[in-house]
Design a protein around this ligand. Structure first.
Ligand SMILES: Cc1cc2nc3c(=O)[nH]c(=O)nc-3n(C[C@H](O)[C@H](O)[C@H](O)COP(=O)(O)O)c2cc1C
Length: 110
């Protein structure tokens, strides 16, 4: 994976997902702005693989079902369009590669 510089944004729970765990425009704008600002690798805040049971604060990002992929893909597409990479940190579960799947989907969306 090529990254344009050594700037990495640590995962920071931003509480900007929609109340049902889906990715919202506020969240996409937030990460898009970080990529626009020059961050080489954007790592999003903790995401929940057993949503909502394992969520520990409001408005966390859910990745427990395929239905969440389109929002993740839209977010990754925004960040990738700006020329960066999006990573993901997982909460409470095995490292199922939703981020990779979202990234693939984002790339296929052009
Ligand atoms: C407000 C805040 C929110 C954070 N949210 C997350 C998170 O969602 N997921 C995660 O893995 N780490 C989270 N972290 C940890 C940071 O990504 C980072 O690992 C940590 O701040 C490293 O620096 P420090 O030890 O000097 O604080 C958070 C840290 C802060 C201060």
């Amino acid at each position: 994976m090529a990254i344009r510089n050594r700037l990495l944004m640590c995962p920071l729970g931003e509480g900007l997902a929609n109340s049902d765990g889906t990715i919202g425009e506020r969240q996409i704008a937030y990460y898009g702005a970080r990529a626009q600002g020059g961050v080489g690798l954007v790592v999003i805040g903790s995401a929940v693989v057993a949503y909502p049971r394992a969520a520990f604060v409001a408005n966390m990002t859910a990745i427990s079902d395929k239905k969440y992929l389109s929002g993740l893909a839209a977010m990754a597409a925004r960040v990738l369009r700006i020329g960066e990479c999006a990573g993901e940190r997982f909460v409470a579960g095995a490292m199922r590669s939703a981020a990779a799947a979202a990234s693939r989907l984002a790339r296929s969306m052009g």
